[in-house]
Design a protein around this ligand. Structure first.
Ligand code: ADP
Ligand code: MG
Length: 703
């Protein structure tokens, strides 16, 4: 017999084909089960009744509230106005209720001077409080449905609201669905887990998540559903990892030989930091284990990841394998090539550069050398991915600033050898622990948590635009000391035109305030032709220009140790991770460096939080955590672009770290005893993982 939760949603009384279509489109609700697994995003305590007077005294943003009183009249509507305003009064005062849609329906159904409950989120408009599209309920309770004094609030969309599927109606559907299905809902968690972790049963959990019978039961319901969701992800990630390790034997890099030793003894330009040494050891052990490496190397900007990459390539060469390093921009690839080539001076190790602007004739020669195995290390941009790039024996793939590449782009590098090469992905954007355990769960992680000696922490300050004079004076002072300065403008795709104007204007203002011949200003942005861009870049690298005006194209990897000031314009338009990256362009030399965040006076509360965060810490991990808190995991840089966003229905990677850790621990324990979930007691778990909605991507083959 078909399972009741799989019943199509159109058959739920009160839905029908038309609303069913809407529910599918707007919320992805196809079945009764989908509806019950559409969870509220917040709750309102219906036993709490606010007074109008109380609302008027609020100084912060108002929460969802419940009022009790009467509608005393409507304001006259004119034809153009297209809105309906009603006056709602309780004993303490009046507040306006406003509708923009369904005006005649509302007006017809409201009875004046009759007691009502009104729910909604009051907002300030023209100095007066009002509630837009409130929900109105008679104070005489209906008795024949599942109710609770804690009211669930679901996210809705305009279209749902317009079709009278706003919160109240949605609540009704949930109540309807629960009354029909509750006795038939089957438990999804094995009995031993339910008992061991004192979990609420699934029926009770679903009932209480929609209609909490008490605050305690609500908490327990959330706990149970979150745990289940996260356990499922952890089981899936960890199982995939087991599969990969069993399936993929890796190239066996057993030797440390001539290349590595010569470099280490003769060419190393500085003492490695302890963190670099430790990480190289970890990688060496991994590549020498006979298992294919799939490793993430995290290290803050300036921590010296390039050196680690190079030394790994030397190990590969000692074992007669080729390597490649892929970087996201031409500037960065070229810079890597130059610094690596310089460090390899005098060694019998051939490194080559391939980018979009490599000439055809050079290319052909390079391809021949690559196929004959003459080239040991190829550094380049996306150009590396092209099918024409064929190696003799590629053994190690290194991807720099990995979050800049899409999943497929990275995957293609895997296929450059019949047997998958070792993979090392490097990032300066720290990945919060919770993400590392989920979306990146199959990667081993190495961390460089130490900067090379002698670096001074960057000082970060915030100035509003009106203080630009002070900032310019400061820049002049630094330039007088021989330092160089970056001034960065946002560049966001959607408003490229406007941003470009900002940049041009900014360049004008800077040029006026820092005139020739005393000062030289260069400009770099994505619209410039490559040769022009390179020439401008080189001016700054060689120290000929004092100031570089740029867009965030310089965000990644550019290394000019003499630059000590980073001025960021319209700071509020950058994300935290990006700001941290930009700041990482300075503080690379021995001098004290500064990051100056410019913004208007008016800032959104998130904008202000980001700026405060930047001013208060240089620690990339703290910033990454804050970024996660502010934006939620779905939107986090590096997850969406890489196609790694995961769809969580109830748990949150920013808030539920403890449940996640517990789930991971439990999953690991389960898999030790039963790696493929074949035992009877885990049958329900195997079934849960087999369900299509819980199929996670095989992250092991994409990074
Ligand atoms: P990132 O981790 O941001 O890619 P880089 O590899 O570009 O950092 O290194 C930043 C700078 O620090 C480079 O100029 C590099 O030569 C230098 N560097 C790296 N490791 C050390 C070290 N152990 N001691 C001193 N300088 C180092
Ligand atoms: Mg780097």
């Amino acid at each position: 017999m078909a399972y009741i939760l799989d019943t199509e949603i159109q058959f739920l009384p009160g839905v029908g084909p038309k609303r069913a279509e809407l529910l599918q489109k707007e919320l992805g609700v196809f079945t009764f089960g989908d509806l019950l697994y559409t969870f509220p995003f917040r709750y309102v305590d219906k036993s709490r009744i606010y007074t109008v007077k109380e609302l008027q005294q609020y100084t912060e943003e108002l929460p969802y509230v419940q009022l009790r009183g009467k509608i005393t009249g409507f304001k006259a509507i004119t034809a153009q106005q297209k809105r309906l305003t009603a006056i709602f009064s309780d004993e303490t005062g009046n507040i306006e209720l406003v509708w923009f849609k369904g005006l005649s329906y509302v007006q017809k159904n409201i009875q004046l001077n009759t007691p009502y409950f009104v729910f909604g989120k009051p907002t300030l408009f023209n100095g007066k409080l009002n509630i837009v599209h409130p929900e109105i309920e008679s104070t005489l309770k209906e008795t024949d449905k599942i109710t609770s004094s804690i009211q669930a609030i679901y996210s809705s969309t305009e279209r749902l609201k317009n079709s009278f599927l706003a919160n109240k109606a949605f609540n009704k559907l949930q109540s309807q669905a629960l009354s029909m299905t509750l006795p038939y809902i089957q438990e999804t968690m094995p009995a031993y887990l339910v008992a061991e972790h004192k979990l609420l049963g699934l029926r009770e959990a679903l009932l209480n998540i929609h209609f909490p019978q008490s605050t305690l039961l609500l908490q327990q319901a959330e706990q149970r559903l979150k745990f289940e969701e996260l356990l499922c992800i952890e089981l899936s990630v960890l199982r995939q990892r087991t599969k990969r390790i069993i399936a993929n034997n890796g190239f066996y890099f057993s030797k440390i030989g001539n290349h590595f030793n010569t470099f280490y003894n003769n060419n190393l330009p500085f003492e490695l930091t302890n963190a670099q040494k430790r990480v190289i050891k970890e990688i060496r052990a991994n590549m020498g284990s006979g298992k294919q490496m799939n490793r993430l190397l995290q290290g803050d900007v300036g921590s010296g990841k390039t050196m680690v990459a190079l030394m790994c390539a030397l190990i590969a060469a000692d074992n007669e394998f080729q390597s490649c390093i892929m970087a996201p921009t031409e500037i960065l690839a070229t810079q890597h090539f130059n610094s690596v080539a310089q460090m390899l001076n005098g060694m019998n190790f051939k490194v080559a550069l391939l980018t979009g602007s490599t000439k055809k004739s050079e290319r052909n020669e390079l391809f021949a050398q690559l196929q004959s195995g003459e080239i040991d290390l190829l550094i380049g941009t996306h150009a590396l991915i092209e099918d024409t790039v064929q190696f003799e024996n590629l053994g190690l793939v290194i991807i720099d600033e990995q979050h800049r590449f899409g999943v497929e782009q990275r995957g293609k590098l895997w296929e450059k050898n019949e047997h998958p090469p070792h993979i090392l992905v490097m990032t300066a954007t720290p990945i919060p622990r919770t993400l590392a355990m989920t979306v990146y769960g199959d990667l081993d992680v190495s961390v460089i948590d130490e900067l090379p000696p002698g670096r001074k922490p960057i000082k970060t300050v915030h100035y509003t635009d009106s203080k630009r004079g002070i900032v310019f004076d400061f820049m002049r002072g630094q330039i007088a000391k021989g330092r160089q300065v970056y001034v960065v403008y946002p560049l966001i795709q959607e408003s490229e035109k406007m941003d470009y104007k900002n940049l041009e204007e900014g360049y004008g203002i800077i040029s006026d305030n820092f005139p020739l011949p005393k000062y030289k200003v260069c400009i770099v942005h994505g619209k410039l032709k490559n040769d022009v861009k390179d020439a401008e870049m080189q001016k700054f690298v060689r120290g000929e220009a004092n100031i570089m005006v740029a867009t965030s194209v310089i965000e990644v990897g550019v290394n000019v140790p003499n630059a000590s000031v980073m001025v960021i314009e319209s700071t509020e338009r950058f994300g935290l991770a990006q700001l941290h990256q930009l700041r990482g362009r300075v503080g690379r030399g021995a001098d004290q460096s500064f990051c100056i965040l410019m913004s208007g006076v008016k800032l959104s509360s998130d904008g202000r939080k980001r700026i405060n965060m930047m001013c208060s810490t240089n620690n990339g991990f703290e910033i990454a955590e804050a970024d996660l808190q502010l934006r939620g995991h779905g939107d986090l840089e590096g997850t969406r672009q890489s196609g790694l966003a995961i769809d969580l229905k109830i748990a949150s990677l920013s808030k539920d770290q403890r449940i996640l850790e517990n789930a991971r621990h439990v999953a690991a324990k389960i898999l030790v005893d039963d790696p493929f979930l074949t035992s009877d007691k885990n049958a329900l778990l195997a079934k849960m993982l087999a369900r299509p909605k819980h199929e996670t991507k095989d992250y092991s083959v994409i990074s």
